[in-house]
Design a protein around this ligand. Structure first.
Ligand SMILES: NC(=O)c1ccc[n+]([C@@H]2O[C@H](COP(=O)([O-])OP(=O)(O)OC[C@H]3O[C@@H](n4cnc5c(N)ncnc54)[C@H](O)[C@@H]3O)[C@@H](O)[C@H]2O)c1
Length: 256
């Protein structure tokens, strides 16, 4: 995909590590100049320096910071042609006994902050009147119930629908909005969940009928780069007439 985004500008949230870092790296390789947005200042600065991009440090759960982050992107690079909302958290636990704080925290980042960020990005794109591509990273569990992930599933399902409604609102202005839905991916977010539940990758790859856990038919975890490569397609002109769609990158983990 080298060069397909030559001369374009992009911004990625939660880009200091994991899937966001892979997407920011792939966007750069595709020719875009990238703003690395994250609350982790060190991580954002390190990756932005590596990529020749711009670090933007913000806690996106704060409305003022989310708006300011997008203003900073526009000041540094101009209105982004591509905006990827990727920042997210996972706190595994069952719905009946989990702390209410876990529910609130996941909705604060996965749903509310996603709304704040895409709203700010879409506002800039609309004012520029030159279209754009917004990619929202949700999860394959936005549409498939999963054990131990009830609050996370609900927070991602809400964001998935928000993104599809946004696609409808923005279509006439040639701003496309699609969601990317990774399966169990080899990142720190996933490793934290394994520690919390006392499991490892093999449980996710093989599945566990006793707990109705899905396995991964293609036989391995999702790699961040698997997600990033599809993000480039959605960001590029190859997907110029594609909007309001959800794209699963999960090796068949949630095949019906
Ligand atoms: N890893 C998986 O198995 C998996 C599967 C499906 C979907 N996802 C989704 O993919 C996205 C990336 O996941 P990951 O595995 O790379 O996670 P990760 O924990 O490795 O990275 C998440 C990044 O988001 C940043 N972030 C978190 N809260 C933030 C906030 N309030 N403001 C700004 N930045 C914030 C973190 O600092 C971190 O750099 C998330 O939305 C996650 O829900 C992950």
């Amino acid at each position: 995909m080298t060069g397909v985004l030559k001369g374009r500008t992009a911004a990625v949230t939660g880009a200091a590590r994991g899937i966001g870092a892979a997407i920011a790296t792939a966007l750069t390789r595709a020719g875009a100049t990238v703003a690395v947005i994250d609350k982790d200042a060190e991580g954002a600065k390190t990756l932005a320096a590596e990529l020749g991009g711009v670090p933007v440090v913000a806690d996106l759960t704060e409305p003022d910071e989310a708006a300011r982050a997008l203003d900073d992107v526009v000041d540094a690079l101009g209105t982004p042609d591509v905006f990827v909302n990727n920042a997210g958290i996972l706190r595994a636990g069952d719905l009946t006994t989990s702390a209410l704080d876990d529910w609130d925290a996941q909705f604060a980042v996965n749903t509310r902050a996603a709304y704040l960020a895409v709203r700010a990005a879409a506002g800039h794109m609309r004012r520029r009147r030159a279209g754009g591509s917004i990619v929202v990273v949700t999860s394959n569990c936005a549409r498939t119930p999963r054990m131990d992930l009830g609050a996370y599933c609900a927070s991602k399902a809400a964001t998935d629908m928000m993104a599809r409604c946004l696609a409808l609102e923005l279509a006439a202005e040639q701003i496309r909005v699609n969601t990317l839905c990774p399966g169990s991916c080899d990142t720190e977010l996933q490793r934290e969940q394994w520690r919390r539940l006392g499991i490892g990758p093999e449980r996710q790859i093989n599945g566990d009928p006793a707990k109705f856990r899905t396995g991964i038919p293609m036989g391995r975890l999702t790699a961040p780069e698997d997600v990033a490569d599809l993000a480039i397609v959605l960001a590029s002109d190859s997907a110029r007439f594609v909007t309001g769609q959800s794209w699963h990158v999960d090796g068949g983990q949630t095949l019906p």
